[in-house]
Structures are given as C-alpha cells and as structure tokens.
Design a protein around this ligand. Structure first.
Ligand SMILES: [Zn+2]
Length: 364
C-alpha cells in the first residue's frame, strides 16, 4: 500500500509533466509549423522538462537525506491538481495538523481546511509554497510532511521567464532587463526549492507562528519568513558554487524591485547583501542545519521585533509613495510611526541603483 501510494504520487507527476509541456507548446503554436519542426520543439521541451524535473527530484532526495524527521512531498499543479490533492489527503491521514500556525485544538479542522484550500490555489496558479503538516497515519512515511508546490515548467520555462517570475505583477519591467542579467533557470528552480524548504524548517525547528491580535502580526511574520528563506537559499547557492555568483548579484537586484509589485514583505536586498559578505571558507564549513541557523540569526538581526517591522513598513510605504506604487492591503488608516528619513533614502538608493543595473536606464 505504501509503495503504491508513493508511486501514485510521483509517477502521476511525471505523466503530468509531459502533458503540461504539450499544453504549453499548444499555447504558443504557430499554425504554419511543419510537422518536423513541431516534433523538434516537442522533443526539446520534453528534454527541458526532464532537466528541471531532475533538479526537483535531486533536491527532494537531498533534503530527505539531510533531515530524517521530515518527509518532503512536491506537488506540481497544473491540470493534475485534483489528483495531487487526493494523493496528499492519503498521506495526511484522517486528523492531520497544520504545524505552521499556533492554534487551539478545536481550530484544527478549520485550519486544515484553509491550508488545503491554500495549497489548491497555489497549485491552480502555479505558485511556489510550503506547508508543514503532522500526519496522524504516516503508514511508514515520516510523520511530518513538508508539502511544496513548485511547477518548474511554469516558473522557469527559460531564463527570461525565471527572471521575470519574482517581479511578475510589475509588467512594465518585461523586456527591459538586460539578457546578461537573466537568472539561470535551473539555478532559479534550486533557489525556489531551498527558499520554500526554509519555511518548513522554520516551522519545524523554531516553531509555529504564535497567535496575536496585533494589526500587522501576519505581515510582520511574513517579512521575517521571507528574509530568512532568501538568506538560506542564497547561502545554499553560494555554498554549492563556492562563490558569490552573478545569480546572487541579480537576485539581489531583482528583490529590490519588489516594491514595484506593491509588496514590501519580499524586499530582501539587505539580508542578501549580508549573506554575500559571508566569508566563503566559513560558509563551506557549515552543514545545511548550520546554514539554516545562520540564515535565521541574520534574519533576527534585520527584523528583531514587531515594532522594528512597523518602522520598516513605514519607510517602505514612503518609498512606495515616491515611486508611485501602492503597497498591497495598505489602508489609509494604517497606524505607523513617522518614516525614518535615512531608511527611506537608503531604500530609494537601493531601488534606483538596482533598476539601473538591471535595465541600463534611470527610472522614469
Ligand atoms: Zn517564501
């Protein structure tokens, strides 16, 4: 039964991948294509898909070996999401628990409903995400499941797609980033995988997000999570390559543009710069658990507490006003401290410099 479930879940994704590649191709297909060139394109896309699928599977195996208490499950979404949700429910058992958010026992069922609905939305929209569950019937699986949604074909069909992905809502940037600043798509899939895994490691090793009625409690934790996850993913990349690569430099520049996307919780250039300055010899002596703790300690320096987040958010709001971007879910009634002028200037400088380095143009 166990082997059957495992084969069901992962073979299903393999089959789905080929279908997804074909539907992808159909979208862009030119009607005058000859059968031969179309066949060539299909072959290339399937080879491309396999390369990205190998990246995903190798990462999954790496984390399974590294963290023996956790099961890592990757769902890829697209048209097969209903089957993936059914397979996931088999893995979770009858009374699973969400381990990402502190909650009273009588809220377990509601939170599970919301968690699965969120996974469904992530799968339908091909958005990367991570959720940690405690299964009550692991059937030989490890009882804690880190469930990732990553569709490598959608987020990294080519280097340009991968580059645009993190600033996707900001359509105006499309076509403006210089090709020499594009992210390597395979490195990008690895980065996304490491980033998402950090969210599970945080819930597992640090604990769930505590409950609170504070107005920006969720936003504050989101910002902390994203800083930690980017720090971890960049450090893992640097350790693999033994260098601060162009990928690191470009992802740092791209993250500085997230204010264009009305989003201040993914603004992570400060922590990426800190990780980039880590002595390489030191980084290479760290194992993955130590890199996790290192990333978390840097995050705790950058976002130490809730009131510091309000100071940061106030500065981000002011920067957004100056670049004509509106922070999402920002209300006029927001009760924030006065923006710190130096923080605003520094953020604006980082923002303008990053835009210039990526596009070769001053911002309008
Ligand atoms: Zn994240």
């Amino acid at each position: 039964m166990l082997l059957f479930c495992a084969a069901f879940l992962f073979d299903l994704k393999g089959m789905h991948g080929a279908e997804l590649v074909l539907s992808h191709l159909t979208k862009d297909r030119k009607t005058e294509q000859t059968g031969e060139s179309r066949q060539g394109e299909i072959s290339k896309l399937i080879v491309d898909y396999r390369l990205l699928a190998d990246v995903i599977e190798n990462k999954r195996r790496f984390y399974l070996d590294t963290f023996p208490s956790l099961e890592f499950v990757v769902l890829q979404g697209g048209d097969a999401w209903p089957d993936e949700i059914i397979a996931l429910s088999v893995l979770l058992g009858h009374e699973p628990v969400n381990l990402d958010y502190e909650h009273p026992p009588d809220a377990r069922e509601d939170l599970m409903y919301v968690s699965l609905e969120r996974i469904r939305l992530m799968l339908e929209s091909n958005t990367p995400s991570a959720t940690l569950f405690l299964s009550d019937e692991p059937m030989g699986w490890r009882e804690k499941l880190c469930v990732l949604t990553i569709n490598p074909v959608e987020i990294a069909a080519n280097d340009q797609t991968a580059t645009h992905y993190l600033i996707e809502p900001y359509y105006e940037i499309r076509g403006k980033i210089k090709p020499q600043n594009y992210l390597d798509r395979r490195e990008f899939v690895e980065f996304v995988f490491d980033h998402e895994v950090y969210h599970c490691l945080e819930s597992n090793f640090i604990g769930p997000q505590p409950m609170s009625f504070l107005e920006f409690w969720g936003e504050y934790h989101h910002y902390r999570h994203e800083n930690g996850a980017d720090a971890f993913a960049v450090a893992m990349h640097m350790k693999r390559h033994g260098a601060v690569t162009d990928f690191v430099k470009n992802i740092n520049l791209i993250r500085a543009l997230t204010l264009f996307c009305d989003d201040c919780n993914h603004w992570t250039p400060e922590i990426i710069t800190k990780v980039s300055n880590t002595e390489m010899k030191l980084l290479q002596t760290m194992d993955t658990a130590e890199i996790f703790r290192y990333a978390t300690s840097l995050r705790n320096i950058i976002v130490p507490n809730y009131s510091d987040y309000l100071v940061y958010r106030s500065a981000a709001k002011e920067v957004c006003a100056q670049i004509n971007s509106d922070l999402w879910n920002l209300g006029d009634e927001e009760n924030l401290p006065e923006p710190d002028p130096k923080m605003v200037t520094d953020m604006l400088d980082t923002f303008r410099r990053s835009y210039f380095e990526l596009t070769g143009n001053e911002i309008d």
